[in-house]
Ligand binder design. Structure first.
Ligand SMILES: Nc1ncnc2c1ncn2[C@@H]1O[C@H](COP(=O)(O)OP(=O)(O)OP(=O)(O)O)[C@@H](O)[C@H]1O
Length: 679
């Protein structure tokens, strides 16, 4: 061993000793939190406060859990000019660890000081002399790399072995966090202020999902007290992607974000579901024009007063005539209330008018109790039932879709006759027990929000946002009226019939037309040999879409033409299982069931794409569920059939071809789509 090697070994030993000390300190922090929890749960008093305290303490204990498979820090900064009040040397990790004197042993990656770890360069050193990155295996430090920024040394991903290894490591199990290797342009997005609404356009594998989730963790840390009340919502396209990424925030110590699929945002738990709509009807229900139709349909329930309203007090009778009643209704309508709130306001104002009439005649107030009773009295309620009836979203929608005359009145000048006709005929042809369709749930949510404003979130992060319909955007917009949004997506990967062609459309429907669109163009997932093939499709997918430049020089791409498709893909799946990492067999939706049977029949164990519990290395993925997922080895089956299956079939194929982390094999019997075949 040379003298330099001896120095390096000594240095690594010193770092390992720091890791041991940090682990011990974390253990003490956790023991203390556990102790406080035990004392706290013995404290009696206000049950609500006790429950909240217990919850906070339990969470604190959970946050301080140590994962022995991951070192507590992944980087170190030596400052030549430390920021005010900071130590000249800082270790950067997933959470703060302090010793018994409260001195920091590890700084949370989200702390302001840690920013320099991600951003420092020779040009803008942020006071950093040396940046150290640690390599590790199974929780043990195995190596480190130094960049002496003060000597003009700076490495990028390509020249850093530790960064390259992290990016190229096989993917096994769910998606992991990227805190150790966040790139400067990603870091800018992660750390944007809570008040900033962002839209991130990026090609496949450029880290949009990762950026969104790390942004959630950053915001929850930086604006803790504000967001504890107002909450963060993370929205994904489907349960398969949520299952893949749902472990990241808990691994970063954040247990409080709500993660749901887009349908879950607006599906009311109590409403029966199960019906489906033909594609044309579904698209119509996702169209922004439906908002106007629903608005009119609901407010059409408010009608002029027909009779005099009379209440008695003792022997006296007090009345309000139709003109006066209509005046009250008009005053309330002018305030643009919600339907339910407006109804209650009319009730209160009528009671107030009657109170005034009593006061005028008797020169004394009838008393608060009388006013309250009168507001709830039979005559007042009867008037409201006629002029401003209590209705539910389901009643309004059933009447609208079930009665051509009601629909015609609400849709006049908005939907043409053919559109009205198909809405009604589809609804009428449903069996009584069919329940609502997913698109109906969206309409019900729109109606419910006209009646009562929904709870809002402090921040909403929405992934695969290119696929949102105008009506889905509205459902998110009304849940973020007081908050901000992070909108992530790729216009080239739009596959829904209503997928956006421009971000301006999406942002406008989200009520954030002024949000800036940021671009990510470096791909971290798909190797260059595979990306080059997928990029051939890009010119056919939309206007002015950028191609993605892959950072990865490894990887492999093959095409296999066959007369026996099933035998060929089973064979490829089996061969792929012989190598390291995860395997995704992506098939046209129509053959998913038979592919499952073929795999099982051939003795290959496999898991379903949305099965969180599956421990199988082989996953069978219908093309429509591939979005956002990734596998080391992808076997993509029959591109022509994937393309033919839907109007945006080429976009779907682009999604399918960009799921591979290392190797892609395309297996086909039919000719390849022309856009792909061009070499
Ligand atoms: N800075 C980084 N360091 C290491 N890995 C990264 C980095 N950025 C992204 N990755 C990895 O690249 C892969 C792709 O990231 P991600 O899924 O977030 O991309 P995406 O843009 O959402 O892709 P898609 O559009 O295909 O859904 C993931 O495995 C992610 O962990």
């Amino acid at each position: 061993m040379s003298a330099a090697d001896v120095d390096l070994t000594r240095e690594l030993d010193a770092e390992r000793a720091h890791l041991v000390a940090a682990r011990e300190a974390l253990g003490r922090m956790r023991a203390r939190a556990q102790h406080v929890l035990e004392i706290g749960s013995g404290v009696s008093g206000d049950a609500y406060a006790a429950e909240r305290l217990g919850f906070a303490l339990t969470r604190r204990v959970a946050e301080l859990a140590d994962d022995p498979g991951t070192p507590l820090f992944f980087g170190r900064l030596d400052f030549s000019q430390p920021p005010d009040g900071e130590h000249p040397r800082c270790y950067i990790g997933r959470r703060h660890v302090t010793d018994e004197r409260h001195d920091p042993l590890v700084l949370d990656w989200r702390a302001p000081v840690s920013r320099a770890f991600y951003q420092a360069s020779t040009r803008t050193p942020h006071g950093v002399a040396t940046r150290r990155r640690f390599g590790s295996s199974g929780g043990v430090l195995t190596s480190f790399e130094d960049e002496h920024l003060d000597r003009g040394e700076s490495s990028d991903v390509a020249s850093s072995r530790i960064l390259t290894e992290e990016i190229e490591r096989p993917r096994v199990g769910p998606m992991r966090d990227i805190v150790a290797t966040i790139q400067p342009e990603q870091d800018d997005l992660v750390r944007a202020a809570l008040s900033t609404s962002l839209c991130v356009q990026g090609g496949p594998g450029t880290g949009k999902t990762a950026v969104g989730l790390h942004r959630a963790a950053f915001l929850l840390y930086t604006y803790r007290s504000q967001l504890e009340r107002s909450r963060v919502l993370v929205v994904g396209p489907n349960s398969a992607l949520l299952a893949y990424v749902s472990g990241i925030l808990p691994a970063l110590g954040e247990l409080d974000a709500v993660q749901v699929s887009i349908d879950e945002v607006y599906t009311a738990p109590g409403e029966p579901a199960g019906a489906s709509d033909p594609p044309a009807v579904e698209s119509l229900k996702h169209d922004a024009r439906m908002a106007e139709v629903l608005h009119r349909a609901l407010w059409a329930h408010v009608t002029p007063a027909a009779d005099v309203l009379a209440v008695a007090l003792g022997a006296d009778r007090y009345t309000l005539g139709p003109t006066e009643l209509d005046g009250v209704v008009r005053e309330v309508l002018d305030r643009s209330p919600t339907y339910t709130g407006g109804r209650e306001l009319v009730r209160a104002r009528i009671a107030a008018r009657l109170e005034r009439a009593v006061e005028l005649r008797r020169a004394e107030s009838p008393g608060e109790a009388w006013v309250r009773r009168t507001a709830r009295s039979r005559p007042v309620t009867a008037f409201l039932t006629g002029a401003w009836p209590a209705v539910t979203p389901a009643q309004v929608l059933r009447r609208l879709l079930g009665d051509p005359a009601v629909l015609a009145a609400a849709a006049e000048g908005v939907l043409d006759e053919a559109e009205q006709e198909v809405l009604v005929s589809t609804f009428r042809s449903r069996s009584r027990r069919a329940g609502w369709s997913t698109a109906d749930a969206l309409l019900l949510d729109e109606l419910a929000a006209l009646m009562e404003r929904p709870a809002t979130y402090g921040h909403i992060i929405v992934d695969e946002a290119q696929d949102l319909s105008p009506m889905q955007c509205r459902a998110l917009a009304r849940r973020s009226t007081h908050g901000s949004l992070t909108v992530l997506g790729d216009l080239a990967q739009g596959t829904t019939p209503w997928a956006a062609r421009t971000w301006t459309d999406v942002l406008t429907h989200l009520g954030r037309a002024d949000a800036t669109v940021e671009h990510l163009t470096t791909g971290f997932r798909v190797p260059a040999v595979v990306m080059d093939v997928a990029n051939r499709l890009v010119p056919t997918l939309g206007d002015d879409l950028p191609v993605t430049r892959s950072l990865r020089r490894d990887g492999d791409f093959r095409v296999r033409r066959t007369g026996d498709l099933t035998a060929a893909y089973v064979d490829e799946a089996r061969a792929a299982l012989g190598t390291e990492g995860s395997v995704g067999l992506i098939v046209p939706d129509a053959v998913a069931a038979s592919a499952g049977a073929a795999l099982t029949g051939s003795g290959l164990a496999w898991g379903a794409a949305d099965d969180l519990e599956s421990a199988e290395r082989l996953t069978l993925v219908p093309a429509s569920l591939a979005k956002g997922l990734e596998f080391d080895h992808v076997v993509a089956v029959e591109p022509a059939q994937i393309v033919a299956a839907e109007p945006r079939g080429l976009n779907r194929l682009y999604v399918v071809l960009t799921r591979a982390v290392s190797r892609l094999v395309v297996v086909h019997a039919e000719d390849l789509p022309a856009a792909l075949a061009v070499a």
